[in-house]
Design a protein around this ligand. Structure first.
Ligand code: PEP
Ligand code: MN
Length: 344
């Protein structure tokens, strides 16, 4: 349920409504900085809905009261009808501009990361990606450089001016990752790690939340709700392919997820064609489909020497191919009335 205050409501009136919500046993939530004063009433609303609506409707300063039928409340378009724009370290995601985050799967060395960071920037990427903590299927596979990888990412960011998105896998590492990165990535395997979601929610840092490989769109939104209900509405959703019976690609891109999410939520939506396909040859076609379908951004893996990459070489684009793709994406962006920045 949401209580929409009259634009002329006084601070005291807003305070009275907030206190009343608490008194009845619910949790009030108000988006800081949003002009339309809307107070969400969070908690189990199974009983006496009609009475509650009448109760709040009668209070001074209240314009109207609405029920939000979606299970995700704060992520819902009914709660926030406009598109949310997330400031990801200066890169605005969710506005008219399509934003591309590019970089290697794993940070492997300073030399590798700096080179790719300059390539990414020159091609028009607005964020750098790179994993320092890697969620690998095998415990014997390369696990990432840890804090050294974060330090390298921060250096690449300093040199290029591009903000950094990197995965955090453990609640104990959140503070450390915040010291180096601009955006915290929650990987597919951790989409339903609720302790981690709450922890990143409490930081206020932008969060790139990837869809679980076996999760429904609804579950993705419920996970976003965990983060937002901690007071952090800076959530960017990312479709990255799901597991299906199809085995000709690593995962199956759920392109439908893009328009469905844009319909159901105000949060920005990105798509990761690298993990969705697992094959560099299909990254371009799926990236183009994502922009055409209304995605707000892309997460793309690049590598100068994919054959020797420490992780995900087969799905990594060489910088020259990435540049070429960015040129094509710009044309598709124009065709759907979006912009896409140049390199520099
Ligand atoms: C990644 O983007 O580095 C990654 C591991 O992706 P996912 O969690 O989608 O597999
Ligand atoms: Mn990867």
């Amino acid at each position: 349920m949401i209580v929409i205050m009259d634009p002329r409501a006084t601070g005291d009136e807003i305070e009275s409504v907030t206190q009343e919500i608490q008194k009845i046993g619910f949790r009030p939530f108000m988006n800081p900085g949003v002009e339309r004063k809307v107070i969400a009433v969070l908690g189990e609303l199974d009983v006496h809905k009609a009475d509650l609506i009448d109760h709040f409707q009668a209070m001074a300063g209240v314009a109207r009261v609405e029920l939000i039928s979606d299970l995700w409340k704060l992520a819902s378009r009914s709660y926030h009808p406009g598109d949310s724009v997330v400031d990801a370290g200066g890169a605005l995601i969710g506005g008219n501009e399509i934003v591309v985050a590019a970089g290697p799967c794993s940070v492997e060395s300073e030399e590798q990361m700096l080179q790719l960071a300059h390539e990414a920037k020159a091609a028009g990427a607005k964020l750098l990606r790179g994993g320092a903590f890697k969620p690998r299927t095998s415990p014997y596979a390369f696990q990432g450089l840890g804090e050294e990888g974060l330090r390298i990412l921060a250096k690449a960011s300093d040199e290029t001016g591009l903000p950094v998105v990197t995965e955090v896998m453990d609640t104990h590492d959140v503070d450390m990752v915040c010291r180096y990165a601009d955006v915290l990535q929650i990987g597919t395997r951790n989409m339903q790690n609720y302790a981690l979601l709450k922890r990143v929610g409490s930081t206020g840092y932008p969060v790139l939340l990837k869809r679980g490989l076996g999760s429904k769109i609804r579950d993705l939104l419920m996970s976003a709700e965990y983060i937002i209900s901690e007071g952090n509405q800076n959530v960017i959703l990312c479709e990255r392919g799901i597991t299906t019976f199809e085995d000709s690609t690593r995962n199956t891109t759920d392109i439908n997820a893009v328009p469905v999410l844009k319909n159901w939520t105000h949060l920005p939506v990105m798509l990761d064609p690298s993990h969705a396909t697992g094959n560099w040859q299909y990254v371009g076609p799926v990236a183009k489909a994502a922009v055409a379908a209304g995605a707000d951004g892309l997460l793309i893996e690049i590598h100068a020497d994919p054959a020797h990459a420490l992780s995900d070489g087969p799905q990594s684009l060489k910088p020259s191919k990435f540049r070429q793709l960015m040129g094509q994406l710009r044309l598709i962006a124009q065709a759907v009335d979006r912009t896409m920045g140049d390199g520099g």
